[in-house]
Design a binder for this molecule. Structure first.
Ligand code: IDP
Ligand code: MG
Length: 207
């Protein structure tokens, strides 16, 4: 076998074995096929213990636009940040928060001196509650939102770009996997969370 033949043969072998889900572009692939491949890869990565370049495809987090964000007509701009990053919206509602829900949401803060002020702020008007999904979204969304005190936040984060005081910091994002799971369960019924295929999934993360 000539060197050229060996190269061609090994290339074909690579393609046939699929190189663990890494697609070799050979021409236009129908969206339905791409989605099926993406889902297959996701399942293998999550369930079989295989290493994957996609950290955790089905990670979800709880994000809320607080009453100051709603009053200041910032809902669209905040949603836009998550959309343009490539994350997927799986639940959304506008609601007036009760003190009961708030005390469960902020159960670790009820003894803080600022808690009464926080309750007043968070119940002063509607809140937009959302669940977003994407790889590593819990950590990434905290970076996008910025630190609790907007005065310490980097320009480009939501809190730095839209606020300047800790008592009116516009947005909430869960701070851990446990927190996200607890908050999603607290704010939404299971049937409110939509499982849907977004057609850009195969072009915004590596297959
Ligand atoms: P986080 O929202 O960045 O996770 P937490 O420490 O969990 O920060 O505090 C929850 C919320 O409580 C903050 O987002 C902010 O609205 C409010 N808060 C925190 N610290 C203060 C404070 O010192 N004064 C007034 N409000 C505060
Ligand atoms: Mg917090």
């Amino acid at each position: 076998m000539s060197f050229l033949q060996r190269c061609v043969f090994s290339r074909i072998l690579q393609q046939v074995s699929g190189a663990r889900g890494q697609r070799v572009a050979t021409g236009p692939v129908p969206v339905s096929t791409q989605l099926a491949a993406w889902r297959g890869h996701a399942t293998a990565g999550a369930g079989s213990g295989e290493k994957s370049s996609v950290p955790c495809v089905h990670e979800r987090t709880f994000i809320a636009v607080k009453p100051d964000g709603v009053q200041r007509r910032l809902i669209g701009q905040i949603i836009h940040r998550f959309e343009r990053r490539g994350f997927k919206l799986v639940a959304l509602k506008l609601l007036q928060v009760s003190k009961g829900l708030l005390s469960q949401h902020y159960c670790q803060l009820t003894k803080k001196p600022f808690y009464p002020e926080l309750v007043g702020y968070m119940t002063s008007g509607p809140v937009v509650a959302m669940v977003w999904e994407g790889p590593d979204i819990i950590k990434t969304s905290r970076m996008m939102v910025g630190p609790t005190n907007p005065a310490e936040a980097q320009s480009g984060t939501i809190r730095a770009d839209f606020s300047f005081h800790v008592s009116r910091n516009v947005v909430h994002a869960s701070d851990s996997a446990e927190g996200a799971q607890r908050e999603i369960k607290l704010w939404f019924d299971k049937q409110d969370l939509l499982d849907w295929d977004s057609i850009d999934q195969s072009v915004t993360s590596e297959l």
